[in-house]
Design a binder for this molecule. Structure first.
Ligand SMILES: CSC[C@@H](O)[C@@H](O)C(=O)COP(=O)(O)O
Ligand SMILES: [Zn+2]
Length: 242
């Protein structure tokens, strides 16, 4: 039942209760630096310095149980505040918190794909030039072997991490004019490559996910290092796979 007092919960068409923004602030305001809303802002500031989320591109999403924390769309990602963060229920796909005058990131369906298909705890999207360059230098998949940094990448289909001399393979999908149109190709490629923790998007960037956002951060850093190295190897005519 909805009363007329100022504390009444709004309802969407399905009748699901949605807290007014002031009440839903409790979902995103915390003194804990590890609270997802604080972490998204901190990570985006750091990623901006690397050129990974400049010009409003890229972003980070974090899942905490059923709650998915999502940045707004089209904003300077390094200047976001926790109160700008959207919160969605993964199970119902209903927003528990929607900041007024903002739209959720257009990457939301892609972040959700990593939660729904892989049970990940965090997903990072960057417009890293190393990622974009590798999508121009490789065809269907990015491949590299015999580099120490490969040992930071998980096997996914079995326990443990890749060895130095294993081949890291990251699939590449084609870009689309609208981010949401990447959803189906991303889901298909995630199913086709059950061992991957990342997908490259041609002339666009990369999506990387992990069991937690910290794992996703480590994987993203290690992968970006390998992408940058691969570009340099190609420039010198060195094959990336031995
Ligand atoms: C520079 S616009 C980039 C967007 O189209 C998209 O690719 C992106 O990475 C960020 O989308 P956003 O909706 O701002 O979160
Ligand atoms: Zn993007």
């Amino acid at each position: 039942m909805v009363c007329n007092c100022s504390h009444s919960a709004k309802q969407d068409e399905s009748g699901a209760a949605k807290l007014p923004e002031s009440e839903s602030d409790s979902l995103i305001l915390s003194d804990d630096p590890n609270h997802p809303a604080n972490l998204i802002c901190e990570l985006c500031k750091n990623f901006y310095v690397n050129g990974w989320v400049t010009g409003t591109g890229g972003g980070v999403s974090i899942r905490d149980g059923d709650k998915v924390f999502i940045a707004p769309s089209g904003v300077q990602k390094e200047r976001m505040l926790p109160e700008n963060i959207f919160v969605m229920s993964l199970n119902s796909k209903k927003y528990l918190r929607e900041p007024i005058s903002l739209k959720p990131s257009s990457c939301t369906p892609l972040f959700l794909a990593s939660y729904d298909l892989r049970g990940s705890g965090g997903c990072i999207h960057t417009h890293s030039q190393n990622a974009v360059m590798c999508t121009l230098l490789f065809d269907d998949v990015f491949e590299i072997s015999h580099v120490e940094q490969i040992k930071a990448i998980p096997r996914i289909t079995e326990a443990g991490y890749l060895n130095y001399n294993d081949k890291l393979v990251i699939p590449i999908i084609e870009n689309t004019n609208f981010e949401q149109d990447l959803e189906d190709p991303l889901k298909e490629i995630i199913k086709k490559y059950p061992g991957t923790t990342a997908v490259l998007v041609r002339r666009h960037g990369i999506y990387v996910w992990g069991e937690t956002v910290w794992k996703a951060k480590i994987y993203n850093e290690a992968i970006d290092y390998l992408l940058e190295l691969a570009v340099k190897m190609k420039l010198h005519g060195i094959p990336t796979v031995k």
